[in-house]
Design a protein around this ligand. Structure first.
Ligand code: CTP
Length: 418
């Protein structure tokens, strides 16, 4: 088996928390770093979540980590998985027993049968995610992969590991677009054909609303969400989610070009794409997607009110009159309203200025600061910034350090509820 270049193994050791994790598993053969962690390490990213597969019981390894490192674990017996979390370095580890998976019906959650690493690699979504790195001392850095995985990674290609992948698990259609948007990888032609065929066969409707909702939210929180919106439309995945869900690239480009701080991008984009729904159909749809009450209310306000904001404003109104209208709306609604083609440019600028003033000088941190502190890409960043802005506006938090502490605490709370 090939070994990872020395420099990459050193880069792994330098990731916050990695040294303690490697020390804890040094005498445990059959422990591997897998999936996105290996992919991102090979791509040269310095931060990622630790995903571990073990040829043995995940719960048992989680207990071992608690004994060795401290922290706490949570176990999910049905899926033979566990999570481990340690406050020090915010070390978060997802552990899974190596497995094969069978699907009772398309879109269902898989039945899990413990197995070995080779089977575990085959059951994965894309070849670039089907690589495993030994992390116990004796074989530290040894790489095992699904055939051609590292060649696909070098060629920046997304290739399914088997033809039924999107039918078994249609959430992988969202994952395909997510890696396309985030990494700039392209689906190879056969994978693209399979994705298109799965959408045409209505595969997304076989997945529960909650699973679909989580994938959609994660996709729309990507920094390159515009690419995701564009490819959702090209694949017809938007209409497959709901007949009135339209990935509108034109409006998305307008709102994303200058996104004010404290606006939750994924909620804004959900409202944007769903804005031709009426309130009666949007409400149960949002509930079905599994959004919490507060987030669903933000999206619903965007869907039902964005078109109305401009009507309530007059360009020659006084600042006080403008403020009395604008303060009634969530920032996501105003941001969406400012990008609608029906909103006169003068009013769009007014909304933008209001949103800018709301956060100007008040948020001294940005998404980049959170990424630098080890938070990986995803909705947690927007959520933490939005909460920090609210806390700052309420006078609960002052200055950059307190803002950073607050934001990281929100991220931690998010992780712990997973
Ligand atoms: N996986 C899969 N099919 C899914 C979900 C996950 O095959 N529907 C596998 C992939 O091998 C993936 C790994 O489980 O790499 C971990 O999943 P997840 O943490 O969701 O993805 P990451 O690859 O870590 O990607 P990201 O960086 O977006 O979190």
């Amino acid at each position: 088996m090939p070994y990872l270049p020395e420099a990459k193994t050193e880069a792994l050791k330098a990731i916050p928390g990695a040294a303690r994790l490697l020390a804890a598993v040094r005498d445990r053969p059959g422990t591997y770093l897998v999936g996105g962690a290996v992919r991102d390490l090979m791509l040269g990213f310095a931060q990622f979540d630790f995903d571990i597969v073990v040829e043995g019981e995940a719960a048992e390894l989680a207990d071992h980590l608690v004994t060795e490192i401290g922290g706490r674990s949570r176990k999910h017996d049905r899926f033979h998985t566990a999570t481990f979390y340690s406050e020090v370095d915010a070390l978060s580890v997802d552990i899974a027993t190596a497995r094969t998976e069978t699907y009772a019906r398309p879109g269902a959650l898989p039945e899990v049968i413990p197995s070995d690493l080779q089977h575990d690699l085959v059951r994965r979504d894309f070849t670039v995610n089907a690589m495993a790195l030994s992390i116990w001392h004796e074989r530290l850095g040894e790489l095992e992969e699904f055939p051609d995985a590292s060649a696909d990674l070098a060629a920046r290609v997304l290739r399914v590991t088997h033809d039924k992948s999107f039918i078994d698990d249609p959430t992988r259609l969202f994952r395909l677009l997510r890696y396309g948007a985030r990494l700039g990888f392209a689906a190879e032609p056969h994978t693209e054909d399979l994705a298109r065929a799965a959408v045409e066969a209505g595969a997304p409707s076989t997945v529960s609303g909650g699973r679909l909702g989580s994938e959609l939210v994660v996709l729309l929180a990507e920094r390159a969400a515009l690419v995701a919106i564009d490819s959702m439309y090209a694949l017809g995945l938007d209409r497959a989610i709901h007949p009135n869900f339209h990935a509108d690239e034109y409006v998305a480009a307008r709102v994303l070009s200058n996104l004010p701080d404290g606006v939750r991008q994924e909620l804004l984009l959900l409202a944007l794409c769903a804005r031709s729904m009426d309130e009666d159909s949007a409400k149960p749809w949002l509930r079905d997607l599994g959004l919490n009450h507060k987030d669903a209310a933000i999206v619903l306000e965007g869907i039902t009110n964005a078109e109305l904001v401009a009507d309530a404003l007059s360009e020659d109104g006084s600042p006080a009159e403008h403020a009395s209208v604008l303060r009634k709306y969530q920032p996501e609604t105003l941001c969406l309203a400012s990008g609608l083609p029906s909103t006169p440019p003068g009013l769009a600028s007014l909304m933008r200025e209001w949103l800018g003033d709301r956060s100007q000088g008040r948020l001294e941190i940005s998404g980049a600061d959170l990424r630098e502190a080890g938070v990986s890409e995803g909705p947690a960043i927007g959520k933490a910034l939005s909460s920090t802005l609210d806390a700052t506006l309420n006078g609960e938090v002052n200055g950059r350090q307190e803002q950073l502490d607050h934001a990281l605490r929100i991220v931690r709370e998010e992780r712990e509820t997973v």
